[in-house]
Design a protein around this ligand. Structure first.
Ligand SMILES: [Fe+2]
Ligand SMILES: [Fe+2]
Length: 282
């Protein structure tokens, strides 16, 4: 949790191996290593930390954890079309591990609300990129009935939207924000551990997604699709940290360490470089 989580090139599986081989290796890795239990993380110190925190930092944590719970739950509920569009048994096997893991992340934040924050999440935190998953899932389901080209195009768009942007930019920004605001103060060891476990899972999800996008971007039509979604979604991504933070009718100041816009923009550029390499400005 100490350093920023920018996926480095070596975490993206190589293009030399076949996609089936990469997917199967990640599937096996998830079976062997993705065995942490969200119910087993000790949250007792977190409860004490939360109670001793000042009102603004408490409010910001409620807003921040709402963002994660909303996002994890929403992706878990909508993820089936990504599995169904996998073109081989190996791809579908790996993607099915991701479905379970998104529910585990959801469970962890549900537990955090009930055992540490002692309340329900707040309503109405804006996350446009998440809201657009409804439409995306529908397009992907429609593509299941279409030919192989349309299926591949729908998968490219789905991977860009979800693995490339939601997981690869938004979620990873969130891990760094937690560390900067709370982790560096030595607070919330249970949340820090939850994030450490979630990040291991996300390493597989984002690694697979970016490796697919890097490969598929060799086709100029797909490259155009990927770039168009990144460009269209940049303003929506920024809304996540630009909106006023309102908790129980009170506006909470954003802690100066958050730097949401700067962190998001940096990771956004990083992802384009991961996918397109030196072709990023072409
Ligand atoms: Fe997740
Ligand atoms: Fe994920």
């Amino acid at each position: 949790m100490r350093e920023e989580f920018c996926m480095s090139e070596e975490l993206i599986p190589s293009l030399d191996k076949s996609t089936s081989e990469v997917a199967w290796n990640l599937y096996r890795k998830a079976i062997r290593k993705g065995t942490w239990d969200p119910a087993a993380i000790d949250l007792s110190q977190d409860k004490a930390d939360f109670e001793s925190l000042d009102g603004d930092l408490k409010g910001y944590l409620i807003h921040f954890c709402t963002g994660f719970l909303d996002a994890e739950e929403n992706v878990a509920l909508k993820f089936c079309p990504w599995i169904m569009l996998g073109s081989t048994t190996e791809e579908q096997a790996f993607l099915s591990t991701q479905l379970l893991e998104e529910f585990k992340h959801t469970e962890f934040f549900m537990r955090y609300f009930s055992e540490v924050l002692g309340r329900e999440r707040i309503r109405g935190v804006k996350n446009t990129v998440q809201q657009k998953l409804d439409e995306r899932a529908k397009q992907m389901l429609d593509a299941l009935e279409a030919g192989p080209e349309e299926r591949e195009a729908a998968l490219v768009e789905g991977l860009t939207h979800y693995q490339g942007i939601i997981e690869g930019v938004q979620a990873m920004t969130g891990y760094d924000v937690f560390q900067a605001v709370y982790g560096n103060r030595g607070l919330f060891p249970g949340l820090a551990e939850g994030f450490a476990r979630i990040k291991e899972d996300e390493g597989r999800h984002v690694g697979f997604g970016l490796r697919m996008l890097k490969l598929l971007a060799r086709n100029p039509k797909h490259a155009k699709r990927i770039r168009a979604i990144y460009d269209e979604y940049l303003p929506f991504i920024l809304i996540r940290y630009d909106q006023p933070v309102i908790v129980d009718g009170r506006e909470i100041p954003t802690p100066p360490e958050v730097n949401g816009r700067e962190r998001l923009t940096k990771l956004f550029d990083r992802r384009l470089k991961d996918i397109f390499g030196s072709l990023v400005n072409n």
